[in-house]
Design a binder for this molecule. Sequence first.
Ligand code: PLP
Length: 422
Amino acid sequence: MQAVVDRGATPAGGIPGRGSVEPFVRRGAAYTGAAIRPAMLTCQKSHFALPEGLHYLNCAYMAPLARAVRAAGIAGIDRRVAPHLIRPRDFFEESDLVRCLFSRIVNAPDPNRIAIVPSVSYGLATVARNVRASAGDNIVVLAEQFPSNVYTWRRLCAERGLTLRTVPPPPHQDGGRAAQWNARVLTAIDRRTAVVALPQVHWTDGTLFDLERVGQRARECRALFVVDGTQSVGALPFDTQQIQPDAMVCAGYKWLLGPYSVGLAYYGRAFDDGTPLEEGWITRRDSEAFADLVRYRDDYHGGAIRFDVGERSNFTLLPMLAAALELVLRWTVPAIQDYCRSLTTGITQTLRARGYWIEEDQWRGAHLFGLRPPETGHTASLSDRLQARHVSVSLRGDAIRVSSHLYNDAEDAEALLDALAV
Ligand SMILES: Cc1ncc(COP(=O)(O)O)c(C=O)c1O
């Protein structure tokens, strides 16, 4: 058995200013943005272990663990049985692998711009801590946005005398509702806007936001542009080069197919000299040299590494997340979105014909969409019918949220339509 003395460290190299990760970088497939159409995928159910008879259309709630992700988790737990086998370099290389894989998914050329966070609220708290704003400025959010992306700003507003501008949607009976909602967002941003904090798709019904235009408007007004990618990144292309967010935060357990309690955040140049929420040891420059850790120093590793959560080198969760990101890269994000579209086009056509309201196709994600029943008040009885048919979806706001992935097939679509036949 190899004995590891926790003294001395891996020399830096590979990731600029960080440990040696180049071999891992090459393991990830190249970024495939929206412009490149990869081959159509078939159902990938065999990679998952969902119970027979369950129609799981609820990835927006939580992704089922793929077999490879589960195996990585079990191997991660087993490693702790013999901790001397966990080498000092593992504290760095596994984190850097995850940064590299995620940077490929979101086309961020520098993996150092990716921080490891435990939650979206944590990643956004880092943003809030570094916002420059004064009394009378405003922060722009959407109505019924996910709470982690609202409470953070409510507090900042209360502390600094800012106004929270909540942009409401037009009534959903209106045709072109999402186009009008996007227009309202653009109008809400002005020279006193300090932060624009939006998702790529609305978490309740998949309404799509034109992040390129919103980002452009935010830059014109010198506002920070912050995106919650939780309900889209991994299933809908997100390109940091095109969208140019100042920050983008993403939970890992939904469309990234990872475990709970580890997420990823991209921080752009606006945060290069930012103040982290915690003052840990591992985010300091040269923290690889364990024997020298008591030579305290104030400077951090470059990029966004300073924003990593304490004990970020989780020896179970990070290998799981890496296995999950490798699956996403292998399947490719555009092919996942295409698969979801091909599976759900028939569903949306049939339900519209039955009187359900669903956002226009070009203004919503294909992986996640909301259904509003023809008669209000029907949602509770439909929920019972869905349960009886073993169809797992979510009720969010006034919408039935349906979210599919590569493990879904025609039988799941049929079960959903069956349960929603009123
Ligand atoms: C849009 C969105 N953001 C964030 C989260 C999770 O937030 P947090 O990591 O703060 O629990 C969710 C969970 O459902 C979500 O739907």
